[in-house]
Write a protein that binds this ligand. Sequence first.
Ligand SMILES: NC(=O)c1ccc[n+]([C@@H]2O[C@H](COP(=O)([O-])OP(=O)(O)OC[C@H]3O[C@@H](n4cnc5c(N)ncnc54)[C@H](OP(=O)(O)O)[C@@H]3O)[C@@H](O)[C@H]2O)c1
Length: 347
Amino acid sequence: VSDPAPDRSLPGESDVIVLARRPGAALRPGDLVLERRPVRPAGPGEVVVHNVVTTVDPLQLRTLRGSTEIVAVNIGDPVAANSVGFVVQSQDPSAPVGTQVATYTGWQEYATTTLDPAEIADPALGDPLRWISLLGTTGVTAYVGMHEVGKVQAGHNVLVNAASGAVGGVAVQLAKAAGARVVAVAGGKDRVEHAVGTLGADAAVDYRDAAFAEHLAKAAGDGFDLFFDNVGGAQLTLGLSAMKDFGLVVLCGSVSGYAAAGERDALSDLRAAVFKRVTLRGFIVSDFYPQRLRAMREELSALANEGKVSQVITEFHGLARAPEVFASLFERGTSYLGRRVIRIGTD
Ligand SMILES: NC(=O)c1ccc[n+]([C@@H]2O[C@H](COP(=O)([O-])OP(=O)(O)OC[C@H]3O[C@@H](n4cnc5c(N)ncnc54)[C@H](OP(=O)(O)O)[C@@H]3O)[C@@H](O)[C@H]2O)c1
């Protein structure tokens, strides 16, 4: 994916996916609709960005259903999400035309916005595909959870679930690069094979297998020092029972509970946490942004250049596919691996 310039002209209209109706238990056809909307020229301090890639995150479901934890999206608003593009018109001296930017303008081809300095996406660290994945929210989340919060060390026995997803896939590789032993959890034979064969996990367990609990207990050996939990629910409860005494559970997400019909009784059984004296610590990636963001991205980029961490990406073409790709995050048994990236436009 590259800068679509040299044509820097500002089009009159842009493709935009807007929130037409808040989703119920899950996304329904018609909740999100593709529209053509006029492109507003940049005002003082603003830029117009031509987004070339965008993506999907499980937490967007909560946002679309009305939560304001990350950002508020009202009926009629463009769907907010991470996206990477290039400035095509600028009234911001820090971001001239042609600047690569990683913003939260989301599912729109052209967006008029102000920029935070951290949204300027240095091409020396990566191209749009790397900025939307490894250097974007998901890669940085894996780094924060594994290093800043989890303090992973060589020799640690580490458990990572949703391991073939965007955050989990990077988390597995970061733990391996740090010298840990890693057990991955994923859904289905192909994803289990991917976790071992591509991501380098030492073992992987299929949570859809009827003997999951038994297989996890066996893979845990004498217990996990660190559990990077993306899923919550039954997987969290089961993971607790596979911890070492005084182990650390890093609560990154609970994708099993985001949908309205999702799991709700995640913490009804904390016996294992008591008896094993484990620590459970949640985090929000943005807590670490102001101080550490640039350094974490440099480290991730260096690891990628050294071949120690790879960007696993499934690509889709055309903004119109974004809702369907988003819905796939909550389906068990999809074949999409790693970061799901939507190329905007016709390239
Ligand atoms: N704390 C933070 O600041 C922060 C920031 C970003 C993301 N997150 C969290 O990180 C987690 C991973 O996000 P991501 O973007 O990398 O998504 P993802 O893992 O790429 O996609 C979701 C995956 O989760 C698994 N999954 C979905 N529903 C499930 C269920 N009911 N039970 C078990 N597994 C289920 C599926 O794995 P299989 O295909 O293997 O079944 C699916 O592929 C999410 O919980 C997200 O909210 C946290």
